[in-house]
Design a protein around this ligand. Structure first.
Ligand code: 4NP
Length: 159
């Protein structure tokens, strides 16, 4: 590995739409490369409305359309401890980063960055919240997440 990163936490607002998709898609891409056993991969939300719930049905279906099962995931909230236990915390949009740094939660050594930024994609590119959109918004999120996952793995496992 070119960078000492072995644990990644994906975050969004609710932890029912985007970050569960990111957790599932990133793990799937890591498995395809044979590096999943070298990584701890998880997701959490900055908000606490859906704690204990499975992902949004539209996220489950979008993932299933691409042969990825995320139905077993359970929503949890981001904690201050996550900043000590994860090397990297990746947000889907800028408000996720702002929310994660508020309330004194970001008090550990974890790097907190926009997912697309870590992946080296366009600077202002966010993975938009699809919660109030139709299924197309979920597919758009999936495509961006897949691209960002591949670029992130290229970066982490560069020769
Ligand atoms: P997510 O989407 O942040 O991608 O999980 C949302 C899910 C739920 C809510 C907002 C965004 N909510 O307000 O309940």
């Amino acid at each position: 590995m070119s960078e000492p990163i072995s644990s990644i936490l994906f975050i969004c607002l609710g932890n029912i739409c985007r970050s569960p998709l990111a957790e599932g898609v990133f793990r799937n891409e890591a498995q395809k490369r044979g590096v999943a056993d070298q990584l701890t991969i998880d997701s959490a939300g900055t908000g606490g409305w859906h704690i204990g719930n499975p992902p949004d049905q539209r996220s489950i279906e979008t993932a299933a359309n691409h042969d990825i099962n995320i139905s077993h995931q359970v929503c949890r909230r981001l904690t201050s401890r996550d900043f000590n236990t994860f090397d990297l915390i990746l947000g889907m949009d800028n408000s996720n980063i702002i929310n994660a740094t508020s309330a004194n939660r970001a008090n550990g050594p974890a790097q907190l960055l926009l997912f697309t930024q870590f992946a080296g994609m366009r600077d202002d590119l966010e993975i938009a919240d699809p919660y109030y959109s139709g299924v197309e918004g979920f597919e758009t999120a999936y495509q961006l997440i897949k691209q960002a996952s591949r670029s992130t793995l290229d970066r982490l496992f560069a020769d």
